[in-house]
Design a protein around this ligand. Structure first.
Ligand code: SAM
Ligand code: SF4
Length: 336
């Protein structure tokens, strides 16, 4: 039996047991709500190495982290990422971690799904905002729908549980979300619908034009499906319902219409080792310096000190008076 480490509590008494690591800010897509097409990425010299990322994950585990999600950017395009996944997966197998999960755009799954399963990954989130090939290209700018659908198929065949994440985009996929719920039902996939969040400059795009409140989405879906309340919680921000017709879960992440912060159990580390205690706030701690200057002890102290100032929540607003990003960094920096 592996002894469980008591997690650190933040100032509001929330146990911090979940770490999200953005392993790269780079991506092979350019989704219109996430990045500008001509994004400037960090110089590779600023990134933590795969070994340093692993040390960071292990120090978080030493202060109570039980679940790690790798995200990005596109985590599966980071060179040698499988080494990190395998090493963390070994900790799941030995009981020191409950889970290692990945959020991916699905583009690399056809080649990597079996390796992910062998490494100890059992669940992944795949982002998919539309099932229409042309719309998919318009939203992702560079993506190919068939490549992602093949990837989802490969992941299912490998034995991975998949949840589809779709961002609700006004005038783009709003009329399609019902069909996507049905498609997920046909393919035994859970789904979560996400509101656009005001993070990072996205070039000429306007978030007020993209923003679709999920209250509207839910009302529309209720006309087609029987949405039943369920008690299921993952410790994350989604509120889940069951779609009676398909038997699958449908989650709603509503940072703008319903504040989800009271049950927050997570913090986020970027690929340069910046620790963000809240997705929607700018306060951060430089763990890269702590790691490189202070070794394990300095790093542990920096983690504990930073969690000690985790804020109560975010204050995202999108309306005609608030068109600027609430935080300057892109979702691809902290990984959603
Ligand atoms: N590249 C991977 C992917 O797309 O799944 C992982 C990183 S991506 C930043 C993580 C999630 O954040 C995706 O589901 C994406 O749709 C979502 N996302 C990106 N920018 C967002 C924004 N401004 N508001 C809401 N969700 C966003
Ligand atoms: Fe890349 Fe994911 Fe951002 Fe799309 S949402 S550009 S796939 S990081």
């Amino acid at each position: 039996m592996v002894p469980t480490i008591s997690p650190i509590l933040d100032p509001f008494g929330r146990p911090i047991t979940y770490l999200r690591v953005s392993v790269t800010d780079r991506c092979d897509f350019r989704c219109v709500y996430c990045m500008a097409e001509n994004m400037t990425f960090l110089p590779k010299s600023e990134l933590l190495s795969i070994e340093e990322l692993e040390v960071l994950c292990r120090r978080f585990m030493a202060v109570g982290t039980r679940k790690i999600r790798l995200t990005g950017g596109e985590p599966l395009v980071r060179r040698n990422i499988l080494t990190l996944i395998r090493n963390l997966g070994a900790e799941v197998k030995s009981g020191h971690l409950d889970e290692i999960t990945i959020t991916t755009n699905g583009s690399q799954l056809s080649k990597m799904a079996d390796d992910l399963y062998d490494a100890g990954v059992r669940r992944i989130n795949v982002s998919l905002d539309t099932l229409n090939k042309d719309k998919f290209r318009a939203i992702t700018r560079w993506g190919d729908l068939n490549q992602v659908l093949d990837g989802i198929h490969a992941a299912k065949t490998a034995g991975l549980d998949i949840k589809i994440n779709a961002v609700a985009l006004k005038g783009i996929n709003d009329n399609e979300l019902g069909d996507m719920v049905a498609w997920c039902g046909d393919h035994d996939l859970d789904m979560t619908i996400i509101e656009v969040m005001p993070m990072g400059d996205i070039g000429g795009e306007n978030r007020v034009d993209q923003y679709l409140p999920l209250s509207e989405v839910k009302t529309k879906l209720s006309q087609r499906f029987t949405l039943q309340e369920v008690d299921y919680r993952t410790g994350g921000p989604a509120r889940y319902m069951r779609v009676a017709e398909t038997g699958r879960r449908l989650g709603f992440i509503t940072p703008l219409t319903h504040n989800f912060c009271e049950s927050c159990n997570r913090v986020r580390v970027t690929c340069t080792g910046m620790l963000y205690m809240c997705l929607g706030q700018d306060d951060s701690a430089n763990l890269r310096d702590a790691l490189r200057d202070g070794g394990t002890e300095g790093l542990d102290a920096a983690i504990v000190e930073a969690i000690g100032r985790k804020p109560k929540g975010h204050d995202f607003i999108i309306d005609r008076d608030h068109t600027d990003p609430a935080v300057a960094r892109h979702m691809s920096v902290t990984g959603g």
